[in-house]
Write a protein that binds this ligand. Structure first.
Ligand SMILES: Cc1cc2nc3c(=O)[nH]c(=O)nc-3n(C[C@H](O)[C@H](O)[C@H](O)COP(=O)(O)OP(=O)(O)OC[C@H]3O[C@@H](n4cnc5c(N)ncnc54)[C@H](O)[C@@H]3O)c2cc1C
Ligand code: SF4
Length: 491
């Protein structure tokens, strides 16, 4: 049975749950479902509200995710979305599996932290398959190339590269419930359920589960409480709607609030038992923040304004073609990474007369890339975050290589001018990883390979915080597969 309610409207006892999960995004939803399949009663606490079909991302980005950045201003980006379903409600549905080398990146990249995952890729395979079935994406690869992707693919082929249809968690237009080409759907909640998400695929809302899932939204978890060594006793929450503070007892608590917010929650959970925060005995929580390196090349040609396919706005999936030719290209700096693919602007008209290419690669995780807490508090009484992030020379070189390859493809497609947009992520990004690293050595990692915080019996982290290397792909599929792997082992 599933209940999804504002916490202010929930009248039943809050001490009756086997497991409390913080965050209802794809990681939290996967953990909750996996446990409910085993008959457990799961409570998900979610700060954001319930997004309506067709909603845009911006109103679902919370002020509590703002952070002080290198500019000394509170101008850190509000990362992903703050709502039931998390960032997956608004994503582009790009759904790659990772490869073996993503879990063994130390052979290519440098870092002062543990960079290899403590598991092998084979341990994820059955969980990838489960998630693909759950999301109903047997149609992956069937989504037709957009008009712009067709041009990009032709240019890739003519340069000797290998274009492939993007694996998308979107029912293709030919399917009875398939995409209706309503918008350029990055940053939009699909109004017709064609795009797979926590809500549209009933990951949590499934009355066939032997256990139960109760999602209470409008509830910000401020900290995890402790009354004895190595044991969480409850969570302290704040309900902005009623300005109420609430203590909820926990038998087990799983942090799934993303790699910024989960580590912030652990850091906020200071007590006499954990003076530096839970799991932070070795000053590792929040370190190793990885956001990937990425950028956009936008090609233009005035002639394209007169050609019907490129003079029209873009509608439909924003990314329909990619090449992985550079994943381990011999002339790529470090010989490792990344992905090049079509990505349309989320504003349909902004694509008129342009071809737009995105490239990304997993960044080197260094301990100086981190989040910490300031002494000041925000309007919810939450310590403000400080966000420190910069890329290494290897990161820059890999990004420069990918930019050059994307530009080459655009020129081959006929672009006369090329503009670059390079976020460099010093104020945030939407792919978040690495702030509670996984391993067997408590001096080098925050959680064990199954997500349990070292030194704790009942505190877990099961989101992308535990990904030691961010991977050279879009991460959500792997976040979900890995969350399921860890949740299946939770006893
Ligand atoms: C516009 C956009 C496009 C994207 N496209 C893709 C794509 O095509 N493919 C891909 O793989 N990835 C994509 N992503 C990234 C993807 O959304 C994330 O990887 C994914 O959502 C991470 O899942 P998560 O469950 O770990 O965290 P989130 O989705 O961030 O969910 C965490 C949830 O926890 C809640 N929360 C946080 N702190 C607290 C607290 N203290 N108390 C209570 N609740 C809390 C938040 O409100 C949020 O709802 C995209 C992201 C965006 C924003
Ligand atoms: S373009 Fe298609 S998948 Fe995207 S929001 Fe619209 S109907 Fe949904």
């Amino acid at each position: 049975m599933t209940t999804i309610q504002h916490i202010a409207a929930y009248k039943k006892p809050l001490d009756a749950f086997d497991v409390v999960v913080v965050g209802s995004g794809p990681s939290g939803a996967t953990v909750a479902r996996t446990l409910a399949e085993q008959g457990k009663a799961v409570l998900i606490l979610e700060f954001g509200g319930l997004p309506s079909p067709g909603a845009a991302l911006t109103p679902h980005q919370a002020t509590f995710t703002k952070a002080v950045t290198y500019t000394e201003q509170m101008d850190g980006n509000p990362w992903t979305a703050c709502c039931v379903g998390g960032g997956m409600q608004f994503y582009s549905a790009i759904t790659f599996r990772y490869r073996a080398a993503d879990l063994r990146a130390s052979q290519f990249l440098e870092s002062d932290m543990a960079i290899d995952w403590p598991i092998e890729i084979q341990e994820l395979n059955e969980h990838y398959a489960y998630i693909e079935a759950l999301l109903g994406i047997e149609h992956m690869g069937d989504y037709p190339l957009s008009a712009r992707a067709t041009r990009i693919a032709a240019a890739m082929s003519s340069l000797g590269y290998h274009p492939h249809p993007m694996p998308l968690a979107i029912l293709p237009p030919q399917h009875p419930h398939g995409c209706g080409y309503c918008a350029a759907c990055d940053s939009r909640c699909c109004p017709m359920g064609a795009k797979a998400s926590v809500i549209t695929r009933s990951i949590i809302n499934d009355d066939g589960l032997p256990g139960s899932i109760t999602v209470l939204y409008g509830c910000l978890v401020k900290r995890i409480l402790q009354e004895s060594e190595g044991q969480a006793s409850g969570v302290e929450c704040y309900i902005p709607f009623s300005s109420q503070r609430l203590r909820i007892p926990v038998a087990k608590v799983v942090c799934c609030s993303n790699a910024i917010q989960s580590s912030a929650l652990l850091l906020r959970s200071r007590s006499s038992f954990a003076p530096r925060g839970i799991g932070n005995e070795h000053d590792l929580v929040g370190r190793g923040l990885s956001l990937k390196v990425s950028g956009y090349s936008i090609g233009s040609n005035r002639r394209w304004l007169k050609e019907a396919d490129l003079a029209a706005p873009h509608r439909g999936a924003p990314a329909t073609v990619y090449t992985d030719d550079f994943y381990q290209a011999p002339d790529m700096p470090t010989r490792f990474g990344g992905l090049i693919y079509e990505v349309a602007s989320p504003v349909p008209e902004e694509n008129i007369g342009h071809l737009r290419i995105h490239y990304l690669a997993g960044d080197e995780p260094w301990s100086h890339n981190r989040i910490t807490l300031e002494d000041k508090e925000d309007e919810f009484g939450i310590p403000i975050l400080r966000f420190q992030y910069r890329n290494t020379a290897n990161d820059e070189a890999r990004l420069a290589y990918l930019t050059a390859r994307a530009d080459e493809i655009l020129r081959e497609a006929g672009a006369v001018t090329i503009r670059h947009d390079r976020p460099m992520h010093r104020k945030g990004a939407s792919h978040l990883h690495g702030t509670a690293r996984a391993g067997v050595d408590p001096a080098r990692s925050v959680v064990d390979p199954l997500g349990k915080v070292h030194g704790y019996d009942n505190v877990y982290v099961m989101d992308a915080s535990v990904m030691n290397f961010a991977g050279n792909w879009n991460p959500t599929h792997t976040i979900m597969a890995n969350a399921r792997r860890m949740a299946l082992a939770l006893r």
